[in-house]
Design a protein around this ligand. Sequence first.
Ligand SMILES: NC(=O)c1ccc[n+]([C@@H]2O[C@H](COP(=O)([O-])OP(=O)(O)OC[C@H]3O[C@@H](n4cnc5c(N)ncnc54)[C@H](OP(=O)(O)O)[C@@H]3O)[C@@H](O)[C@H]2O)c1
Length: 325
Amino acid sequence: MFQALVLEKDPEFRAAVREVDDSFLPDGDVTVAIEYSTLNYKDGLAITNKSPVVRSWPMVAGIDGSGTVLESRASAWKPGDAVVLNGFGVGETHKGCLAAKARLKGEWLVRRPAAFTARQAMAIGTAGYTAMLCVLALERHGLKPGAGEVLVTGATGGVGSVAVALLARLGHQVVAATGKAAEADYLRKLGAANVIDRAELATPGKPLQKERWAGVVDALGSHTLANACAQTRYGGAVAACGLAQGMDLPSSVAPFILRGISLLGIDSVMAPMASREQAWARLARDLDPQLLETMTTEIPLSGAIEAAQKLMAGQVRGRIVVRTI
Ligand SMILES: NC(=O)c1ccc[n+]([C@@H]2O[C@H](COP(=O)([O-])OP(=O)(O)OC[C@H]3O[C@@H](n4cnc5c(N)ncnc54)[C@H](OP(=O)(O)O)[C@@H]3O)[C@@H](O)[C@H]2O)c1
């Protein structure tokens, strides 16, 4: 028997941590002893049933996990291997990693970099790996340190915190936009050169505004993303990965056809293995483990439902890791 955060709908929605046995595990060729999982925004949506993230019931929540292979029929993996799982529909259509054990597909797993413990890998989680995908996309576009200010929205969140730390470490001049004025010191310690009120970007604005950003990492969507595009400097790029403000994009073509800016779409869930391995290798090189620790709060599996509610209420700073054993 092992503990799992189980989501059910029959027809009322219920979320509870309970004991299950191996017969509850789904099909898959690799069984992993999960040591740590985490709470991302999408886990918050699933556990609070705020949006239709879960598409198969009953579900074990948890889109991310890290631990050690127990059994494997996949040639790439053997018992004892340290692995990381991010996305691929796990916690949505395939039972997930907010549990002491998960059965997964070998082709979904990334070898955990030696630089990280399971706890650190989950302090990064999908949020941090997505932040790295955003940084890589901006770099591929040509963003270089010294190019000018780089905006990070949703800055005290998971994606935002890791993006601020990474960009600052790489030598960029980071401007962090947040609704939590009291966390300005936290953001400066992560490396933000300047902190602005997210309200400056949150409401409808003109299609072209004063040029300011050399690059942007946006976790919010909606008016914030529209304004970020309208304020991006000629030839700059905006990496869009989130929708915490909204799914809409009330923008115009003006920044694209008059300033040649680029909107770079970032998806972590189905990202190809080569992108994942590159992102994890760069995280091992570029993320300061001490800063990672300052953004991390650890909770037991029994605290995950309450923490998911706080995450959805915007009351969480940084990253939450969940101890599953
Ligand atoms: N594309 C992908 O593959 C991918 C992967 C990971 C995450 N995401 C998305 O990225 C977004 C951020 O994820 P996360 O894990 O970082 O979430 P998170 O830890 O909850 O952070 C979100 C942050 O956004 C800000 N925020 C929250 N609600 C807001 C609102 N109504 N209006 C304006 N700002 C708001 C808050 O930052 P401040 O208080 O500092 O303003 C909050 O800390 C989510 O939409 C998530 O679904 C996408």
